[in-house]
Write a protein that binds this ligand. Structure first.
Ligand code: PLP
Length: 458
Protein backbone atom coordinates (compact mmCIF):
# COMPACT_ATOMS: atom_id res chain seq x y z
CA UNK A 1 0.00 0.00 0.00
CA UNK A 2 1.06 3.59 -0.51
CA UNK A 3 2.42 5.23 2.62
CA UNK A 4 0.84 8.71 2.62
CA UNK A 5 3.34 10.26 5.04
CA UNK A 6 6.85 9.02 4.33
CA UNK A 7 9.28 9.82 7.14
CA UNK A 8 12.36 11.90 6.33
CA UNK A 9 14.61 8.92 7.09
CA UNK A 10 12.77 6.78 4.56
CA UNK A 11 12.57 8.15 1.00
CA UNK A 12 9.07 8.33 -0.46
CA UNK A 13 8.08 5.76 -3.04
CA UNK A 14 8.32 8.48 -5.70
CA UNK A 15 11.91 9.25 -4.64
CA UNK A 16 12.79 5.57 -4.73
CA UNK A 17 11.51 5.41 -8.31
CA UNK A 18 13.56 8.47 -9.24
CA UNK A 19 16.69 6.76 -7.89
CA UNK A 20 15.97 3.53 -9.76
CA UNK A 21 15.23 5.58 -12.89
CA UNK A 22 18.48 7.60 -12.70
CA UNK A 23 20.45 4.38 -12.16
CA UNK A 24 19.49 2.82 -15.51
CA UNK A 25 17.58 5.17 -17.82
CA UNK A 26 19.27 7.75 -20.04
CA UNK A 27 16.72 10.52 -20.65
CA UNK A 28 16.73 12.49 -23.89
CA UNK A 29 17.54 16.23 -23.83
CA UNK A 30 18.48 15.79 -20.16
CA UNK A 31 21.74 16.27 -18.26
CA UNK A 32 21.66 13.07 -16.23
CA UNK A 33 24.02 14.43 -13.54
CA UNK A 34 21.30 16.96 -12.69
CA UNK A 35 18.28 14.78 -13.49
CA UNK A 36 17.29 13.71 -10.00
CA UNK A 37 17.80 17.22 -8.58
CA UNK A 38 15.36 18.78 -11.05
CA UNK A 39 12.36 17.13 -9.33
CA UNK A 40 11.32 14.81 -12.19
CA UNK A 41 8.07 12.94 -11.84
CA UNK A 42 8.11 9.20 -12.45
CA UNK A 43 4.61 8.37 -13.59
CA UNK A 44 2.91 5.36 -12.09
CA UNK A 45 -0.47 5.74 -13.81
CA UNK A 46 -2.88 8.32 -15.15
CA UNK A 47 -6.53 9.28 -15.05
CA UNK A 48 -8.06 11.56 -17.66
CA UNK A 49 -5.68 14.47 -18.02
CA UNK A 50 -3.84 13.86 -14.74
CA UNK A 51 -0.63 11.93 -14.19
CA UNK A 52 -0.17 10.17 -10.86
CA UNK A 53 3.14 9.27 -9.22
CA UNK A 54 3.92 6.38 -6.87
CA UNK A 55 2.97 8.47 -3.82
CA UNK A 56 -0.43 9.22 -5.36
CA UNK A 57 0.43 12.85 -6.13
CA UNK A 58 -1.48 14.19 -9.14
CA UNK A 59 -0.18 16.46 -11.89
CA UNK A 60 -2.22 18.03 -14.66
CA UNK A 61 -0.51 17.06 -17.94
CA UNK A 62 -0.24 20.60 -19.35
CA UNK A 63 2.27 19.56 -22.03
CA UNK A 64 0.25 16.58 -23.30
CA UNK A 65 3.22 14.30 -22.55
CA UNK A 66 5.43 16.32 -24.90
CA UNK A 67 2.64 17.26 -27.32
CA UNK A 68 1.30 13.78 -28.12
CA UNK A 69 -1.75 13.28 -25.88
CA UNK A 70 -4.95 14.63 -27.41
CA UNK A 71 -8.09 13.22 -25.78
CA UNK A 72 -6.49 12.37 -22.42
CA UNK A 73 -4.99 9.26 -20.86
CA UNK A 74 -6.83 5.95 -20.51
CA UNK A 75 -9.66 6.93 -22.83
CA UNK A 76 -11.96 3.88 -22.66
CA UNK A 77 -12.66 3.92 -26.42
CA UNK A 78 -8.94 4.07 -27.29
CA UNK A 79 -8.07 1.41 -24.73
CA UNK A 80 -10.73 -0.80 -26.33
CA UNK A 81 -9.32 -0.22 -29.83
CA UNK A 82 -5.90 -1.48 -28.72
CA UNK A 83 -7.37 -4.47 -26.88
CA UNK A 84 -9.58 -5.35 -29.85
CA UNK A 85 -6.60 -5.26 -32.24
CA UNK A 86 -4.55 -7.36 -29.79
CA UNK A 87 -7.15 -10.08 -30.34
CA UNK A 88 -6.27 -10.03 -34.06
CA UNK A 89 -2.55 -9.31 -34.44
CA UNK A 90 -0.12 -6.80 -32.87
CA UNK A 91 2.22 -6.25 -35.76
CA UNK A 92 3.02 -7.45 -39.27
CA UNK A 93 5.35 -5.88 -41.80
CA UNK A 94 4.21 -3.37 -44.43
CA UNK A 95 7.26 -4.09 -46.61
CA UNK A 96 5.79 -5.79 -49.64
CA UNK A 97 2.70 -6.86 -47.68
CA UNK A 98 -0.33 -5.28 -46.06
CA UNK A 99 -2.32 -5.23 -42.87
CA UNK A 100 -6.05 -4.51 -42.49
CA UNK A 101 -5.53 -2.05 -39.63
CA UNK A 102 -3.06 -0.01 -41.70
CA UNK A 103 -5.36 -0.04 -44.74
CA UNK A 104 -8.36 1.11 -42.73
CA UNK A 105 -6.46 3.91 -41.03
CA UNK A 106 -4.84 5.05 -44.30
CA UNK A 107 -8.31 5.19 -45.92
CA UNK A 108 -9.67 7.32 -43.07
CA UNK A 109 -6.60 9.59 -43.09
CA UNK A 110 -6.67 9.99 -46.88
CA UNK A 111 -10.22 11.34 -46.59
CA UNK A 112 -9.21 14.22 -44.29
CA UNK A 113 -5.64 15.34 -45.13
CA UNK A 114 -5.15 18.51 -47.22
CA UNK A 115 -3.20 16.51 -49.82
CA UNK A 116 -4.40 15.62 -53.34
CA UNK A 117 -5.17 11.92 -53.92
CA UNK A 118 -2.82 10.85 -51.12
CA UNK A 119 -0.76 7.75 -50.37
CA UNK A 120 0.49 7.16 -46.82
CA UNK A 121 4.04 6.00 -46.03
CA UNK A 122 4.11 4.91 -42.37
CA UNK A 123 6.95 5.04 -39.83
CA UNK A 124 7.11 5.38 -36.05
CA UNK A 125 8.62 8.77 -35.17
CA UNK A 126 8.08 12.32 -36.34
CA UNK A 127 11.72 12.79 -37.28
CA UNK A 128 11.47 9.76 -39.56
CA UNK A 129 8.34 11.13 -41.22
CA UNK A 130 10.47 14.17 -42.09
CA UNK A 131 13.45 12.03 -43.11
CA UNK A 132 11.20 10.07 -45.47
CA UNK A 133 9.81 13.29 -46.95
CA UNK A 134 13.35 14.52 -47.66
CA UNK A 135 14.34 11.33 -49.43
CA UNK A 136 11.06 11.11 -51.36
CA UNK A 137 11.45 14.72 -52.50
CA UNK A 138 15.04 14.12 -53.54
CA UNK A 139 14.21 10.98 -55.51
CA UNK A 140 11.11 12.62 -56.98
CA UNK A 141 13.35 14.94 -59.02
CA UNK A 142 15.67 12.10 -60.03
CA UNK A 143 12.68 10.08 -61.20
CA UNK A 144 11.23 13.15 -62.92
CA UNK A 145 14.47 13.48 -64.94
CA UNK A 146 15.57 16.74 -63.28
CA UNK A 147 18.39 15.60 -60.98
CA UNK A 148 19.70 19.16 -60.50
CA UNK A 149 17.01 19.87 -57.92
CA UNK A 150 18.84 18.67 -54.83
CA UNK A 151 18.61 21.47 -52.29
CA UNK A 152 16.10 22.19 -49.54
CA UNK A 153 14.92 25.52 -48.23
CA UNK A 154 14.05 25.66 -44.55
CA UNK A 155 13.45 28.45 -42.10
CA UNK A 156 15.27 30.12 -39.25
CA UNK A 157 14.11 28.66 -35.95
CA UNK A 158 13.01 25.45 -37.70
CA UNK A 159 12.84 22.18 -35.78
CA UNK A 160 12.07 18.94 -37.60
CA UNK A 161 13.45 16.24 -35.31
CA UNK A 162 16.76 14.78 -34.20
CA UNK A 163 17.86 12.36 -36.91
CA UNK A 164 20.68 13.70 -39.07
CA UNK A 165 18.51 14.66 -42.07
CA UNK A 166 15.86 16.32 -39.91
CA UNK A 167 18.62 17.98 -37.90
CA UNK A 168 20.05 19.42 -41.12
CA UNK A 169 16.74 21.14 -41.87
CA UNK A 170 16.57 22.40 -38.30
CA UNK A 171 18.20 25.63 -37.26
CA UNK A 172 20.28 24.19 -34.44
CA UNK A 173 20.12 25.33 -30.86
CA UNK A 174 19.32 23.16 -27.82
CA UNK A 175 22.96 22.19 -27.68
CA UNK A 176 22.91 20.49 -31.10
CA UNK A 177 25.41 22.84 -32.79
CA UNK A 178 28.23 20.37 -32.21
CA UNK A 179 26.61 18.18 -34.88
CA UNK A 180 27.13 20.88 -37.53
CA UNK A 181 29.82 18.81 -39.33
CA UNK A 182 27.21 16.07 -39.87
CA UNK A 183 24.53 18.39 -41.24
CA UNK A 184 24.02 18.75 -44.98
CA UNK A 185 23.76 22.39 -46.08
CA UNK A 186 20.34 23.90 -46.72
CA UNK A 187 19.16 27.24 -48.02
CA UNK A 188 17.86 29.08 -44.96
CA UNK A 189 15.69 32.17 -44.82
CA UNK A 190 14.36 33.79 -41.61
CA UNK A 191 11.61 32.11 -39.61
CA UNK A 192 8.35 33.36 -38.10
CA UNK A 193 10.20 35.62 -35.63
CA UNK A 194 10.79 37.91 -38.65
CA UNK A 195 7.57 39.58 -39.83
CA UNK A 196 8.94 39.60 -43.40
CA UNK A 197 9.75 35.87 -43.43
CA UNK A 198 7.39 35.00 -46.29
CA UNK A 199 8.68 37.75 -48.60
CA UNK A 200 12.27 36.62 -47.98
CA UNK A 201 11.43 32.94 -48.51
CA UNK A 202 9.57 33.72 -51.73
CA UNK A 203 12.50 35.82 -53.02
CA UNK A 204 14.83 32.87 -52.33
CA UNK A 205 12.45 30.50 -54.13
CA UNK A 206 12.35 32.85 -57.14
CA UNK A 207 16.15 32.98 -57.22
CA UNK A 208 16.93 29.30 -56.57
CA UNK A 209 13.92 27.45 -58.03
CA UNK A 210 16.05 25.52 -60.52
CA UNK A 211 18.10 23.87 -57.76
CA UNK A 212 15.40 23.47 -55.10
CA UNK A 213 13.88 20.06 -54.45
CA UNK A 214 11.50 21.32 -51.78
CA UNK A 215 10.60 23.96 -49.25
CA UNK A 216 10.05 22.62 -45.74
CA UNK A 217 7.95 24.47 -43.16
CA UNK A 218 6.06 23.96 -39.92
CA UNK A 219 2.76 25.54 -40.99
CA UNK A 220 1.31 28.23 -38.69
CA UNK A 221 3.48 27.52 -35.62
CA UNK A 222 7.20 26.89 -35.21
CA UNK A 223 6.81 24.84 -32.06
CA UNK A 224 10.20 23.94 -30.68
CA UNK A 225 11.62 27.42 -31.31
CA UNK A 226 9.17 28.70 -28.71
CA UNK A 227 5.76 28.78 -30.41
CA UNK A 228 6.55 31.41 -33.05
CA UNK A 229 3.42 32.08 -35.08
CA UNK A 230 2.78 32.86 -38.75
CA UNK A 231 -0.01 34.69 -40.53
CA UNK A 232 -2.06 32.21 -42.63
CA UNK A 233 -1.98 34.64 -45.60
CA UNK A 234 1.81 34.43 -45.62
CA UNK A 235 1.58 30.63 -45.72
CA UNK A 236 -0.79 30.89 -48.67
CA UNK A 237 1.63 33.20 -50.50
CA UNK A 238 4.49 30.77 -49.89
CA UNK A 239 2.38 27.90 -51.19
CA UNK A 240 1.59 29.89 -54.35
CA UNK A 241 5.31 30.58 -54.93
CA UNK A 242 6.16 26.88 -54.59
CA UNK A 243 3.43 25.93 -57.05
CA UNK A 244 4.45 28.65 -59.54
CA UNK A 245 8.00 27.26 -59.63
CA UNK A 246 7.09 23.58 -59.35
CA UNK A 247 9.07 23.33 -56.09
CA UNK A 248 7.66 20.68 -53.75
CA UNK A 249 6.10 21.93 -50.51
CA UNK A 250 6.72 19.78 -47.44
CA UNK A 251 4.54 20.63 -44.44
CA UNK A 252 5.77 19.26 -41.13
CA UNK A 253 2.59 18.95 -39.07
CA UNK A 254 4.09 16.57 -36.53
CA UNK A 255 3.27 19.11 -33.80
CA UNK A 256 0.34 21.02 -35.34
CA UNK A 257 -1.66 18.09 -36.75
CA UNK A 258 -4.80 16.48 -35.31
CA UNK A 259 -6.65 19.48 -33.96
CA UNK A 260 -3.91 21.28 -32.02
CA UNK A 261 -4.41 24.66 -33.72
CA UNK A 262 -8.21 24.54 -33.87
CA UNK A 263 -8.39 22.91 -37.31
CA UNK A 264 -7.69 19.25 -37.96
CA UNK A 265 -4.50 20.33 -39.78
CA UNK A 266 -2.81 23.73 -39.47
CA UNK A 267 -2.37 23.85 -43.27
CA UNK A 268 -6.14 24.35 -43.52
CA UNK A 269 -5.79 27.88 -42.09
CA UNK A 270 -4.01 28.93 -45.31
CA UNK A 271 -7.10 28.19 -47.40
CA UNK A 272 -8.30 25.43 -49.73
CA UNK A 273 -5.63 26.04 -52.39
CA UNK A 274 -2.77 25.46 -49.93
CA UNK A 275 -1.96 21.82 -50.72
CA UNK A 276 1.34 20.35 -49.49
CA UNK A 277 2.96 17.79 -51.79
CA UNK A 278 4.24 15.97 -48.72
CA UNK A 279 2.69 16.14 -45.26
CA UNK A 280 4.55 14.84 -42.19
CA UNK A 281 2.46 13.58 -39.29
CA UNK A 282 3.32 12.14 -35.89
CA UNK A 283 2.82 13.04 -32.21
CA UNK A 284 -1.00 13.28 -31.86
CA UNK A 285 -1.68 10.78 -34.65
CA UNK A 286 -2.54 7.98 -32.16
CA UNK A 287 -3.88 10.35 -29.51
CA UNK A 288 -0.60 9.79 -27.67
CA UNK A 289 -1.05 6.02 -27.28
CA UNK A 290 1.55 4.36 -29.49
CA UNK A 291 4.45 5.42 -31.71
CA UNK A 292 3.27 6.04 -35.26
CA UNK A 293 4.15 8.61 -37.89
CA UNK A 294 3.33 9.10 -41.53
CA UNK A 295 4.59 10.84 -44.64
CA UNK A 296 1.58 11.58 -46.83
CA UNK A 297 2.39 12.05 -50.53
CA UNK A 298 0.26 13.70 -53.21
CA UNK A 299 -0.53 11.93 -56.48
CA UNK A 300 1.99 14.17 -58.25
CA UNK A 301 4.80 12.85 -56.03
CA UNK A 302 3.58 9.27 -55.72
CA UNK A 303 3.09 8.70 -59.45
CA UNK A 304 6.71 9.67 -60.19
CA UNK A 305 7.75 6.45 -58.46
CA UNK A 306 5.77 4.22 -60.85
CA UNK A 307 7.99 1.80 -62.74
CA UNK A 308 9.02 -1.81 -63.32
CA UNK A 309 9.33 -4.28 -60.43
CA UNK A 310 12.77 -4.09 -58.74
CA UNK A 311 13.47 -1.04 -60.92
CA UNK A 312 15.31 2.09 -59.89
CA UNK A 313 12.19 4.25 -59.58
CA UNK A 314 11.17 2.32 -56.44
CA UNK A 315 11.47 4.04 -53.05
CA UNK A 316 14.06 1.86 -51.30
CA UNK A 317 13.32 2.84 -47.72
CA UNK A 318 11.22 1.34 -44.90
CA UNK A 319 11.11 0.82 -41.16
CA UNK A 320 10.53 -2.41 -39.27
CA UNK A 321 7.61 -1.13 -37.19
CA UNK A 322 6.15 1.28 -39.76
CA UNK A 323 2.35 0.95 -39.84
CA UNK A 324 2.23 -1.15 -36.67
CA UNK A 325 -1.26 -2.67 -36.44
CA UNK A 326 -1.92 -1.74 -32.79
CA UNK A 327 -0.88 1.85 -33.51
CA UNK A 328 -3.02 2.04 -36.66
CA UNK A 329 -6.05 0.59 -34.86
CA UNK A 330 -5.88 3.20 -32.12
CA UNK A 331 -5.13 5.95 -34.67
CA UNK A 332 -8.28 5.05 -36.60
CA UNK A 333 -10.47 5.10 -33.49
CA UNK A 334 -8.83 8.39 -32.46
CA UNK A 335 -9.68 10.02 -35.80
CA UNK A 336 -13.27 8.82 -35.44
CA UNK A 337 -13.53 10.19 -31.89
CA UNK A 338 -12.23 13.62 -32.96
CA UNK A 339 -15.28 13.81 -35.24
CA UNK A 340 -17.78 12.04 -32.93
CA UNK A 341 -16.94 14.20 -29.92
CA UNK A 342 -16.74 17.50 -31.84
CA UNK A 343 -13.16 17.95 -30.61
CA UNK A 344 -12.26 20.69 -33.10
CA UNK A 345 -15.16 22.87 -31.94
CA UNK A 346 -14.18 22.27 -28.32
CA UNK A 347 -10.59 23.32 -29.05
CA UNK A 348 -11.86 26.62 -30.49
CA UNK A 349 -13.93 27.36 -27.36
CA UNK A 350 -11.33 26.33 -24.80
CA UNK A 351 -8.57 28.14 -26.73
CA UNK A 352 -10.64 31.34 -26.51
CA UNK A 353 -10.95 30.83 -22.75
CA UNK A 354 -7.21 30.21 -22.55
CA UNK A 355 -6.53 33.38 -24.51
CA UNK A 356 -8.53 35.55 -22.09
CA UNK A 357 -7.01 33.80 -19.04
CA UNK A 358 -3.53 34.50 -20.42
CA UNK A 359 -4.45 38.14 -21.06
CA UNK A 360 -5.93 38.56 -17.55
CA UNK A 361 -3.36 36.74 -15.48
CA UNK A 362 -0.10 36.35 -17.40
CA UNK A 363 0.55 38.86 -20.20
CA UNK A 364 0.84 41.86 -17.85
CA UNK A 365 3.22 40.26 -15.35
CA UNK A 366 6.57 41.99 -14.85
CA UNK A 367 8.46 38.81 -15.72
CA UNK A 368 6.67 38.20 -19.01
CA UNK A 369 7.84 39.51 -22.38
CA UNK A 370 5.36 38.16 -24.90
CA UNK A 371 2.59 35.56 -25.02
CA UNK A 372 2.03 33.70 -28.30
CA UNK A 373 -0.87 31.34 -29.01
CA UNK A 374 -2.50 29.39 -31.81
CA UNK A 375 -5.27 27.11 -30.61
CA UNK A 376 -3.94 25.01 -27.74
CA UNK A 377 -0.28 25.83 -28.44
CA UNK A 378 1.09 28.55 -26.18
CA UNK A 379 4.52 30.04 -25.60
CA UNK A 380 5.01 32.43 -22.66
CA UNK A 381 8.22 34.34 -23.26
CA UNK A 382 9.79 35.10 -19.90
CA UNK A 383 11.97 38.19 -19.66
CA UNK A 384 14.66 37.52 -17.04
CA UNK A 385 16.75 40.59 -16.15
CA UNK A 386 19.99 38.72 -16.80
CA UNK A 387 20.85 35.69 -18.93
CA UNK A 388 21.50 32.47 -17.10
CA UNK A 389 18.91 33.02 -14.37
CA UNK A 390 17.13 29.83 -15.57
CA UNK A 391 13.67 31.37 -15.31
CA UNK A 392 12.09 28.83 -17.63
CA UNK A 393 13.36 25.97 -15.47
CA UNK A 394 12.48 27.64 -12.19
CA UNK A 395 8.96 28.67 -13.20
CA UNK A 396 8.24 25.17 -14.45
CA UNK A 397 9.64 23.52 -11.30
CA UNK A 398 7.34 25.69 -9.16
CA UNK A 399 4.36 24.87 -11.37
CA UNK A 400 5.12 21.16 -11.03
CA UNK A 401 5.23 21.60 -7.23
CA UNK A 402 1.72 23.10 -7.60
CA UNK A 403 0.55 20.00 -9.45
CA UNK A 404 0.79 21.26 -13.04
CA UNK A 405 3.35 19.54 -15.26
CA UNK A 406 4.99 22.01 -17.65
CA UNK A 407 8.37 22.00 -19.36
CA UNK A 408 10.20 25.03 -20.73
CA UNK A 409 12.00 25.62 -24.01
CA UNK A 410 14.78 27.85 -22.68
CA UNK A 411 12.98 30.82 -21.12
CA UNK A 412 9.72 30.07 -22.92
CA UNK A 413 7.09 28.30 -20.81
CA UNK A 414 5.14 26.03 -23.14
CA UNK A 415 1.48 25.22 -22.53
CA UNK A 416 0.04 22.39 -24.66
CA UNK A 417 -2.90 20.99 -22.72
CA UNK A 418 -4.81 18.00 -24.10
CA UNK A 419 -7.50 18.92 -26.63
CA UNK A 420 -10.29 17.82 -24.28
CA UNK A 421 -9.13 20.13 -21.45
CA UNK A 422 -11.99 21.97 -19.71
CA UNK A 423 -12.15 25.67 -18.86
CA UNK A 424 -11.77 24.84 -15.16
CA UNK A 425 -8.59 22.91 -15.89
CA UNK A 426 -7.29 25.85 -17.96
CA UNK A 427 -7.87 28.07 -14.91
CA UNK A 428 -5.94 25.60 -12.72
CA UNK A 429 -3.00 25.64 -15.17
CA UNK A 430 -2.95 29.42 -15.54
CA UNK A 431 -3.22 29.93 -11.78
CA UNK A 432 -0.22 27.67 -11.10
CA UNK A 433 1.89 29.19 -13.87
CA UNK A 434 1.02 32.83 -13.03
CA UNK A 435 1.80 32.33 -9.33
CA UNK A 436 5.07 30.61 -10.22
CA UNK A 437 6.12 33.45 -12.53
CA UNK A 438 5.37 36.00 -9.80
CA UNK A 439 7.35 33.99 -7.25
CA UNK A 440 10.42 33.70 -9.48
CA UNK A 441 10.17 37.38 -10.41
CA UNK A 442 10.00 38.32 -6.72
CA UNK A 443 12.93 36.05 -5.83
CA UNK A 444 15.07 37.94 -8.34
CA UNK A 445 13.58 41.25 -7.19
CA UNK A 446 12.55 42.52 -10.58
CA UNK A 447 11.23 45.86 -9.35
CA UNK A 448 12.32 47.83 -12.39
CA UNK A 449 10.04 50.90 -12.21
CA UNK A 450 10.22 51.21 -16.01
CA UNK A 451 8.29 47.90 -16.19
CA UNK A 452 4.60 48.55 -15.51
CA UNK A 453 3.24 45.86 -13.22
CA UNK A 454 -0.35 45.19 -14.18
CA UNK A 455 -3.25 44.51 -11.87
CA UNK A 456 -2.97 40.84 -12.78
CA UNK A 457 0.05 40.57 -10.47
CA UNK A 458 -0.66 39.32 -7.02
C1 PLP B 1 8.43 16.76 -32.32
C2 PLP B 1 8.64 17.21 -33.71
C3 PLP B 1 9.32 16.42 -34.64
C4 PLP B 1 10.02 15.14 -34.25
O1 PLP B 1 9.13 14.12 -33.87
P1 PLP B 1 9.70 12.88 -33.02
O2 PLP B 1 8.51 11.96 -32.93
O3 PLP B 1 10.09 13.45 -31.68
O4 PLP B 1 10.83 12.33 -33.77
C5 PLP B 1 9.40 16.86 -35.95
N1 PLP B 1 8.83 18.02 -36.32
C6 PLP B 1 8.16 18.81 -35.47
C7 PLP B 1 7.53 20.07 -35.97
C8 PLP B 1 8.05 18.44 -34.12
O5 PLP B 1 7.41 19.25 -33.26
Amino acid sequence: MTDPSPSPSRPSLADQWTDRDAAVVWHGFTQMAAYADNAPIVVDRAEGRELIDADGRRYFDAISSLWVTTLGHRVPELDAAVIDQLGKVAHTTLLGNGNRAAVEFAEALAAVVPVDDPHVLFASDGAVAVEQALKVAFQYWVNAGDPGRTRFLSLGGAYHGDTVGALSLGDGGFGTDLFDPLRFPVLRTPGYADAGWAVLAIEAIDRHAGELAAVVIEPLVQGASGMLVADPDDLARLGDACRAHGVLLICDEVATGFGRTGRLFASEWAGPTFRPDLLCLGKGITGGYLPLSATVASARVFSAFDGPDLGERTFYHGHSYGGNALACAVALRHLQLIAEWGVIGHVGRVAAHLESALADRVAGLAGVGEVRQRGLMVGIDLAPPVDGSRWGRRVCAKSVARGVLVRPLGDVVVLMPPLTTTSDEIDRVIDAVARSIVEVTDEDDVSDPAQPVSGATR
